[in-house]
Ligand binder design. Structure first.
Ligand code: PHE
Length: 333
């Protein structure tokens, strides 16, 4: 017992020596157990207990010494650490260009009193179509390349963010002034110009005496803030079931400044979305009296706006997650 308490255990070699001499299969303690045979039966119990505690104590000292040794080894190597070495560079991620554009759009509209709203991407027929004045069983439901997700065609992936307009008007009283960005889905083949999943930002303004002039001025302000002060805007007559009158929104091409290039196909103008005065039938569907209130609405493509702003030529870049593309947006919030 004395030996076990005092045997040196300062390094790996001493540790190994200790193990062989005392704990190992051919060590002293094993030999003592062997000798038990010669102990008188009435003493075996007591001797056995003593031997066991000797064995445990030896193991304990060994384990402690081993643990200490590993710790010292580690601290020795950390003493060798060169604190003057430069660190491994910590690469921060970048914000996705679509998020950058979305945030910028929201900020621009917030400055003129629009708040932010969101709605579900899985929608029912009422909020995506019927409340928006799409006639029952009208081919428009097909024309929008809808992904239906229930047999009865009542559950679908929203084809536009206009569903949020409906939800807003159903749940809140005018005046309403809201900007509603989000993801939308259409069953289209993926190409440089189209995707089955993309983003829109909807705008809705409902109050007393809202006019088409308000719509024009609002979008003109937006275009100038987003794309620069020389940006001009133009409205082309169009049709949507939920607005009357309706207009397509064009801005002057940022690349050629209206001179004509391959981005704008020589016209000097590029389309960024649709707009119009909220159809009285839609106001009524949502419980707002069209005799008291009027409103305008617009919906713009966020991919389209981002591509124009950053001169991105292929929509697929947004979903490929190629870091060579994403890193170009480093530091932009
Ligand atoms: N929802 C239409 C679309 O997806 C855009 C739009 C929104 C048009 C609001 C007019 C008013 O094409």
């Amino acid at each position: 017992a004395q030996e076990i308490e005092t045997a040196p255990l300062g390094n790996a070699a001493e540790l190994e020596q200790f193990r062989i001499a005392y704990i190992g299969r051919k060590g002293l303690i094993a030999a003592l157990f062997e000798d038990m045979k010669q102990v008188a039966p009435e003493q075996r119990r007591e001797v056995g207990q003593q031997l066991n505690s000797l064995k445990n104590r030896a193991q304990e000292r060994f384990d402690q010494a081993q643990e200490q040794l590993t710790n010292t080894t580690e601290s020795v190597s950390s003493n060798n650490f060169d604190f003057t070495l430069p660190t491994v560079p910590n690469t921060l991620g970048t914000r996705h260009p679509l998020s950058i554009a979305r945030n910028e759009i929201v900020r621009i509209f917030e400055r003129i009193g629009f708040n932010l709203s969101e709605g579900p991407e899985i929608e029912d027929d009422w909020h995506n179509f019927s409340a928006l004045n799409f006639p029952e069983n009208h081919p428009a439901r097909e024309m929008q390349d809808t992904f239906f997700i229930s047999q009865d065609r009542d559950k679908l992936l929203r084809t536009h963010t206009s569903n949020v307009q409906v939800r807003l008007m159903e749940n809140q009283k005018p005046p309403l002034r809201s900007i509603m960005p989000g993801r939308v889905y259409r069953n289209e083949a993926i190409s440089a110009r189209a995707h089955m999943m993309f983003h829109q930002v909807e705008g809705l303004y409902v109050d007393k005496n809202v006019s088409f002039a308000d719509l024009k001025q609002t979008l003109y302000y937006f275009a100038q803030e987003m794309f620069g002060q020389d940006t001009k805007i133009r409205f082309r007559p169009s049709f949507f079931p939920f607005t009357e009158p309706s207009a397509e929104i064009d801005i002057t091409c940022l690349i050629c400044k209206g001179e004509g290039c391959n981005i704008c196909k020589g016209t000097g103008w590029v389309e960024i979305g649709g707009s119009g005065m909220v159809d009285p039938a839609v106001l009524e569907s949502c419980g707002i009296d069209p005799k008291e209130y009027s409103g305008f609405a617009f919906g713009m493509g966020i991919e389209r706006i981002t591509m124009l702003k950053y001169q991105i030529r292929d929509l697929r870049l947004f979903t490929e997650n190629d870091v060579r593309f994403l890193r170009q947006f480093e530091g932009i919030l």
